[in-house]
Design a protein around this ligand. Structure first.
Ligand code: ADP
Ligand code: TRP
Length: 321
């Protein structure tokens, strides 16, 4: 089973990224052929400062490694180190209907938020389809926001297979029910671009400030509250044990849930979960050359795999003469 997923180096990685994708990927390291990559070509659609993009790429690599990704047990690389993906994107673009891309929410949302309506942003899902199909991935763990992009990748793969004969594996999305959409401080989806995140590696005062800024309603402590409408409750649910969540649930339903205390408890849980990885991240970042070497080595491995698929595609569409 080939499992593949990518993440944009477009800002500090947050607990939505962790539960939506990173944790699943890391936990599949022993049992699957795992492909993990940092999608810097996709990030170009929103990051136009070259120093920020380059630093973000190394930082995303340090994040994954600090959280336990072992580069000897997977293929871990930077998207732009495998230029074959751009050629495949073009081949797929030819048979991607405009209507399929016009229906994508993500494009419309990003333009509504002020990103320039460029051709690159519009064809973002085709590059993502190429990412997935190039490595013949079976499963793609993502958050719910990427579901439509996975459907686009499947549609393109099926169209290609129908037109040119069986070439691509049809990928399946893997979206966990409980972590499909981690809420942000304001209750919207947590996202780097909404400024509502809890970064995985923030600590000390900065982390406390973030946690205390989780928006809650003004219901008095002793009044009953609906846990389903509370983003603090949803966040606690990601970190607390089942037993503790049963107690907290009781406090919500029967009254007695004090938001301030629960936030401090969440802060402790965050420190317990990510405390050890913080030091490791600092060590990785202190040695950027080592990070580059790990990524280059992964890029070479990825490129070998990519070449096999691209050769087949070239033959299928008539680029081999
Ligand atoms: P962001 O929206 O913060 O820019 P990305 O687009 O880089 O995040 O997402 C990387 C991965 O993390 C994707 O698989 C995405 O679905 C997942 N993800 C992002 N935000 C969340 C969230 N709030 N809840 C669950 N998964 C998420
Ligand atoms: N579009 C994804 C996101 O914004 C990132 C991504 C690019 C990706 N290529 C991918 C995810 C391939 C899974 C598989 O989160």
């Amino acid at each position: 089973m080939k499992i593949l997923s990518g993440i944009q180096p477009s800002g500090q990685l947050h607990i939505g990224n962790y539960f939506g994708m990173m944790q699943t990927m890391i936990s599949n390291m022993e049992s699957s052929e795992l492909y993990v990559f940092i999608v810097d070509l996709h990030a170009l659609t929103s990051v136009h400062d070259r120093d920020k993009l380059a630093a973000g790429t190394l930082e995303a690599a340090a994040d994954f490694l600090a959280l336990g990704l072992d580069p000897d047990k997977c293929i871990f690389w930077v998207q732009s180190d495998v230029p074959e993906v751009c050629e495949l994107t073009w081949a797929l673009s030819i048979l991607t209907p405009m209507g399929l891309l016009e229906r994508c929410h993500s494009y419309k949302d990003k333009v509504a938020k002020g990103l320039a309506a460029s051709h690159g942003l519009f064809s973002y899902p085709v590059l993502m389809a190429a990412d997935i199909l190039l490595y013949q991935a079976d499963r793609v763990p993502v958050g719910k926001d990427q579901k439509q992009h996975l459907e686009v990748a499947r549609d393109i793969a099926m169209k290609f297979n129908n037109q040119y004969g069986d070439t691509f594996v049809i990928p399946e999305p893997a979206i966990s029910e409980t972590t499909a959409t981690v809420p942000g401080l304001d209750g919207q989806k947590m996202s780097k671009s909404y400024g509502n995140t809890i970064p995985i590696f923030s600590e000390g005062k900065q982390l406390k400030k973030r946690v205390m800024a989780i928006e809650t309603d003004a219901t008095p402590v002793d009044d009953p509250k609906n846990p389903d409408n509370c983003n603090l409750y949803q966040m606690m649910n990601l970190f607390a044990t089942r037993e503790r969540m049963a107690e907290i649930n009781g406090l919500y339903v029967n009254g007695g849930a004090a938001y301030g205390y629960l936030k401090l408890e969440l802060l402790d849980l965050l420190n317990d979960k990510f405390g050890a990885a913080r030091q490791k991240k600092k060590e990785y970042l202190a040695d950027p050359e080592m990070l580059r070497q790990i990524l280059k080595k992964g890029g070479d491995k990825a490129r070998e795999k990519a070449t096999v698929t691209l050769d087949l595609v070239r033959e299928r569409i008539g680029l081999k003469y």
